[in-house]
Design a protein. Structure first.
Length: 196
């Protein structure tokens, strides 16, 4: 990876069944499995990403959304550089539950300004949540926003590239701080314009 390589710990969080593991598998291995097992505990994958000539090692952490695994949370959140919050566009409850996931991120993270992206997954299916609702939720929480399909490989790589770009452009990352500085009050969510 070279001397310029940096490690970025990315958390993928959200309820069970929203497609977190499928997004990771699609991004890392370019594979999709309709019948993969439910993640139990924590799964961890790595991938190199080059951004503007600099190599970054992405350490992607995935945890099961089921409540019974919540005892893993403190170490799971520690030293996270950014977080991707995933909901299923066919499940209104999965979007509502992101509120508690964001609260948990805030409570357990040792970085107060973790860049976040809200991702509406499964756009290959019939939706129960409009794109506009997802955008509004992301704006409310000053997050990036994208919709994806892990199954059809729609915008999956864009999710990781955009959150990494936001992370490496943050003051906290450049200064190498683990405890953040408050983000400017007026900062708004940025909706991705990528249509890959």
């Amino acid at each position: 990876m070279g001397d310029n390589g940096r490690i970025i710990k990315i958390l993928i969080i959200g309820e069970s069944g929203v497609g977190k593991s499928s997004l990771i598998r699609r991004f890392v291995d370019n594979e999709f499995d309709d019948n993969h097992d439910v993640t139990i505990g924590v799964d961890f994958k790595t991938k190199l990403m080059n951004i503007d000539g600099v190599d970054f090692k992405l350490a992607i952490w995935d945890t099961a959304g089921a409540e019974r695994f919540r005892s893993l949370t403190p170490s799971f959140y520690r030293n996270a550089k950014c977080a991707i919050l995933v909901y299923d566009i066919t499940s209104r409850e999965s979007l509502q539950k992101l509120e508690s996931w964001l609260l948990e991120l805030e409570n357990y993270s040792n970085n107060r300004n973790v860049p976040t992206m809200v991702v509406g997954n499964k756009i290959d299916m019939e939706r129960a949540i409009t794109r506009e609702e997802g955008v509004l939720f992301a704006k409310k929480h000053r997050s990036l926003f994208l919709e994806t399909s892990a199954k059809n490989n729609v915008s999956v790589a864009d999710v990781f590239e955009e959150i990494v770009r936001k992370t490496i452009n943050s003051d906290d990352f450049e200064m190498g701080l683990s405890n953040g500085i408050n983000v400017a009050e007026g900062e708004q969510a940025v909706e991705s314009t990528c249509r890959c």
